[in-house]
Write a new protein. Structure first.
Length: 328
């Protein structure tokens, strides 16, 4: 009995420890250590994002890609420093990411105000939210206290970030691996209502879907496909042309993306995949039947959930002085 009692005590101590670790991610985490931190971030975003509003979408994507590899720890920002290890930046899903200089600009101001206090992981999370809000999108709460990871591997990014060629099974698995459910999948995919994509992300649907040159994805509306081939992606090997992910509304955070899905005009296979499962299709319809305010609220909930994926807190990780390199 003594041994059992000791086990129970230790078990509850472990639960308390786990709870306190999670508790370190909290609203206004920097209220004492760097009181103006969040205002510095917000002011920088509001001052500069309108010069390049498309960065809102790509920094949101950066946050997503960061969280899906080793958790939300800023590992996507690290540069490759040796030929023996290529970082996440060099993984195929991240080759088209932009906005690293924007993140560095915010970080330099924070370092000047409060050296060694605010993590790069928190900078990404805050900038992503503030940039979306500044360009007319939803607001969500961003609890802070994340610490930066010191490991970044391109292979892990390739294996964990859902590619645009994903079918439903692959999407469900990769999201579930991060503790996200089908509702999160549908709601977070709604971020494709803004931004653009390179032809190389979907040109196989137009020219080589079955592996036979000239084959086209039958799940893609033929009129939409013909328009893309005639005006945008004129060959299978076009790696430079960009296309609106939400045609006619790609600068506005709205429900238009979901309307395109029901018309078989989702740009990626991963977009179309949302209509191949009864549960996700039902969720798409529910969002369309609701208000824009409801979509914003659902998006906020899923973003807050995503922002907590495998966060490093307490003494785990570090606070990088420069986001592209680990501390020496």
């Amino acid at each position: 009995m003594r041994g059992f009692g000791y086990f129970v005590v230790m078990f509850f101590c472990l639960l308390v420890f786990m709870g306190s670790t999670e508790g370190q991610l909290q609203m206004d985490f920097y209220s004492r250590s760097c009181p103006n931190a969040e205002k510095i971030v917000q002011d920088y975003v509001n001052r500069h994002i309108h010069n390049a509003p498309s960065l809102a979408a790509t920094i949101l994507r950066m946050h997503f890609h960061d969280c899906f590899v080793r958790g939300c720890d800023g590992s996507v920002l690290l540069n490759t420093t040796s030929s023996g290890n290529q970082t996440e930046k060099l993984a195929t899903p991240n080759l088209t990411l932009r906005g690293f200089g924007f993140i560095d600009g915010v970080k330099s101001l924070l370092e000047a105000a409060c050296p060694g206090v605010v993590s790069c992981a928190d900078v990404i999370a805050l900038v992503a939210r503030d940039a979306i809000v500044a360009t007319g999108g939803p607001f969500w709460k961003v609890p802070t206290g994340r610490r930066d990871g010191t490991i970044s591997r391109s292979s892990e990014a390739s294996n964990n970030i859902p590619p645009p060629t994903s079918n439903f099974t692959n999407l469900r698995t990769l999201f579930a691996n991060q503790g996200l459910d089908l509702k999160d999948l549908v709601v977070l995919s709604g971020a494709h209502t803004i931004g653009v994509a390179h032809c190389s992300s979907f040109s196989n649907r137009l020219y080589n879907f079955t592996g036979v040159l000239g084959s086209q994805d039958p799940a893609l509306d033929s009129e939409y496909a013909d328009n893309l081939k005639a005006r945008k992606c004129r060959s299978l090997n076009d790696n430079t042309t960009i296309v609106e992910m939400d045609p006619g509304s790609f600068r506005t955070f709205d429900l238009s993306y979901y309307r395109h899905l029901l018309k078989r005009r989702g740009l990626f296979q991963s977009d179309s995949a949302l209509t191949t499962n009864s549960t996700t299709l039902s969720l798409v319809n529910q969002l369309l039947q609701g208000s824009l305010e409801n979509f914003f609220a659902e998006f906020a909930d899923s973003m807050e959930k995503m922002g907590r994926i495998n966060v490093k807190t307490g003494t785990v990780g570090e606070i990088r002085k420069q986001c592209a390199v680990v501390n020496s």
